[in-house]
Design a protein. Structure first.
Length: 288
């Protein structure tokens, strides 16, 4: 059955008062805000709805919103923010007293602060916290093959703080920590993740939504909005949440020219059992 293309998100606002909305690829593209999406989120909140931004960024939520001014994203778009970095800290806290190596760029250092573990050199570490490649402009997964092989030989666990495999920054694609995790798992390594599509980040987001709304709500009152089949759509399916797919995000090149029937097949293959309400090129409140 073809996936319906929706002209307006306003029709979804009353039926689904709780919106769990992806950030990168829906709200902004890593370089600038997507105005129609920002407008839709603001209007949903004015309509009595709740917006929890749900992102796989490997950093704590205040650093996620710290970029909004630079990109032109208005602060009125959200009630709460939950990041993969936030819930990944829970995985690290379970390893209290252990020695952990941080694999990732310096910009993700805030994720390692005030945790009950010791961050050490790779040689001394018992596990690895991966927030990304050291230089995602110049490196690829192939550069990390020796490190991953040694991790597997030493029976080390990778705690992956960002399940995303790639991300758009403007028109360019860059590799993310999820690619390293995928490769490590392929050679027999143990990987732990708490971000999308895994349940911990959804539990945290729904707890935040209940606090804002001041009541419980049914699963069909929630709407997951995102542009990634492997994380946003798969997460909605795994957590039994209705979903709206944004087609002009991370998959825009590969699905160019694919209609509703092709999109339905693509999404259902990666997210079996998903309750998907339809798709939009860009999240927007009404017709333009």
């Amino acid at each position: 059955m073809p996936l319906p293309k929706l002209a307006a998100a306003s029709a979804l606002s009353q039926q689904h008062p709780v919106w769990l909305c992806d950030v990168w690829g829906v709200v902004h593209n890593g370089a600038a805000a997507i105005p129609e999406a920002c407008d839709a989120l603001i209007r949903h909140r004015r309509n009595g709805g709740v917006v929890v931004l749900l992102t796989n960024a490997p950093r704590r939520w205040p650093r996620v919103v710290a970029l909004f001014d630079r990109f032109g994203v208005p602060s009125e778009i959200y009630d709460r923010v939950v990041s993969s970095g936030d819930v990944t800290r829970g995985l690290i806290e379970m390893r209290a007293g252990q020695s952990i190596f941080h694999l990732g760029p310096d910009r993700d250092h805030d994720l390692t602060v005030d945790l009950p573990v010791r961050f050490t050199s790779f040689a001394e570490a018992e596990a690895v916290l991966c927030t990304g490649l050291l230089d995602d402009h110049l490196e690829s997964v192939a550069d990390y093959e020796p490190l991953l092989a040694e991790m597997q030989q030493r029976d080390m666990t990778m705690i992956c703080a960002n399940p995303d495999k790639v991300v758009h920054v403007g028109e360019r694609l860059f590799p993310c920590a999820g690619l390293l995790a995928e490769r490590f798992a392929a050679i027999g390594g143990q990987v732990e993740m708490a971000g999308k599509p895994y349940p911990p980040i959804y539990r945290a987001a729904l707890d935040q939504a209940r606090e804002v709304l001041g009541r419980n709500f049914a699963a069909d009152e929630i709407l997951a909005i995102g542009d990634s089949v492997a994380t946003d759509m798969a997460g909605a399916a795994l957590n039994r949440i209705p979903a709206l797919f944004i087609s002009q995000g991370i998959h825009r090149e590969e699905i160019d020219g694919v209609g509703g029937e092709g999109l339905a097949a693509l999404i259902s293959a990666a997210a079996p059992g998903i309750a998907i309400v339809g798709y939009m090129d860009t999240l927007r409140w009404g017709r333009t």
